[in-house]
Design a protein around this ligand. Sequence first.
Ligand code: HEC
Length: 133
Amino acid sequence: MLKPFLLLSATILFAMTALPALGGTPQASAPGPAAGGNPVKPTADSQAKAKSLYQIDCAMCHGDNGNGKTDLATSMGLTLEDWSDAKTLAGKSDKDLFDVIRKGKDKMPPEVEGRAKDDMVWNLIIYIRAFGK
Ligand code: HEC
């Protein structure tokens, strides 16, 4: 009676230790807002503010649903990434996104401190990642 039990627990133990290894390092595979160490915890209020700011400052290029298919993007000759597919931003850390938003990149204008404090930029990141859910 004891032997099958030992065998079973050994198998479970093996499965538990082997599984994380399959996904590589936990950090590299962790998807979502936690990736890259977003320091803010979203609240209903902060996300509502992020949404209104997004609609004023970002949606004309990236679209209300983040898919990047907007008239302005087309007229500027931009091919924007589709954030409504969760895979699009999965490989980028929150820090990467923070830098693009704060400093801008090519035709992407920087979101300056006077328009969005750091906390708001982190909230914007949580907001845009949610398009992919
Ligand atoms: C004038 C159009 C325009 C506006 C407005 C704009 N973006 Fe962008 N955004 C771009 C372009 C173009 C890129 C791609 C830059 C590159 O990689 O060359 C980009 C890239 C990004 C990226 C990097 C990830 C990706 O998809 O390439 C993030 C994050 C981002 N924008 C967020 C924002 C946020 C948040 C706002 C509003 C505060 C905003 N953008 C406003 C044009 C815009």
